[in-house]
Design a protein around this ligand. Structure first.
Ligand code: OGA
Ligand code: MN
Length: 293
């Protein structure tokens, strides 16, 4: 293992910081295994001070499984479809990345039959205020800790329930918002719409690796709960998310250039804080590791 390799839990219900690792260099199996164990146990890992090319970012991601090509291909990095650009930067009149990613609590690709295992987000440019303080924080909430503390009556209410996750519905909603605000965004093409038919997942989903129960409804993709009328289903969804995203389950990450943060898409949810605007530039690269059935 590398000199000074250490994993330290963050002072929160979720997350750990990994020190003494250069993710651009080859990682030996023992170091990798320790990282993977910590990821499973803590849901989110932080590596500071990295210098990652997109190729190195993808290569590290691949150690955890196949890397997805994101559904929304309009924001792929040129020549690297596995790298999804999250950015407010406009070049030649066009957004180079998704400018409004993650503005409600969510997990990535919950709308897929086999949701992704996790995502790895790397900070290239971080917006700052007049004092040089970082803006555009990201919040992470532990869905395992939140489930453990759910009142028993609520646990019983959720038993056996399933929710519908619908990418198209959320996409149309966001498209309308972006366009109302004068932004530009392509409509969902028919091919994509077909690939993302609505999907059903348990409201309380067992983590595919640890087996721990996780609250698995989110505000971005869940449009109804099976067997409930729409309003009741959404009320249940909202109540669960409000419970699970209380401060005691949350870690707030203040970004610096060179941070790589990886999160588990079953045991955590995340939320982007939109407290910056051009000329404050934000540029992030994301990879998404596929899940297993
Ligand atoms: C994402 C996402 C949050 C952020 O890339 O999946 O939700 O703060 N990003 O950029
Ligand atoms: Mn996200």
């Amino acid at each position: 293992m590398g000199n000074g390799f250490e994993i330290r839990d963050l002072d929160a219900a979720v997350g750990a910081e990994v020190l003494g690792v250069d993710l651009a260099a080859p990682l030996d199996d023992a170091t990798f295994a320790a990282i993977e164990r910590a990821w499973d146990a803590r849901g989110m890992l932080l590596f500071r001070g990295q210098r990652l090319t997109p190729a190195a970012h993808v290569a590290f991601s691949r150690r955890f499984g196949a890397v997805e090509v994101p559904t929304n291909r309009q924001y792929a990095l040129d020549g690297m479809p596995e790298v999804y650009v999250v950015s407010n930067i406009v070049e030649g009149g066009r957004n180079i990345g998704n400018a409004d990613a993650g503005r409600v609590w969510h997990t990535d690709s919950s709308y897929m039959a086999v949701p992704s295992r996790g995502s790895l987000l790397y900070a290239v440019e971080v917006p700052r205020d007049g004092q040089g303080q970082p803006l555009g924080d990201t919040l992470f909430a532990s869905m395992t800790a939140a489930y453990d503390e759910l009142p028993d009556a609520m646990k019983r209410r959720c038993e056996g329930l399933h929710a519908v996750h619908d990418y198209s519905v959320q996409y149309e909603r966001r498209l309308a918002k972006v366009r109302a605000a004068g932004g530009q965004r392509a409509a969902l093409d028919a091919g994509t719409r077909e690939r993302v038919a609505p999907i059903v997942h348990p409201v309380i989903r067992r983590h595919p690796r640890s087996g721990r129960p996780c609250i698995y409804v989110n505000l971005a993709m869940v449009t109804e709960v099976v067997g409930m009328d729409e309003a009741d289903g959404l009320a249940l969804r909202d109540e669960l998310v409000a419970f699970a995203t209380q401060d005691r389950f949350v870690y707030r990450h203040r970004w610096n250039e060179g941070d790589l943060v990886m999160w588990d898409n079953t045991s955590t949810q995340h939320l982007a804080i939109a407290d910056y605007a051009l000329p404050q530039r934000r540029l992030m690269y994301r990879t998404t590791v596929a899940g297993t059935a």
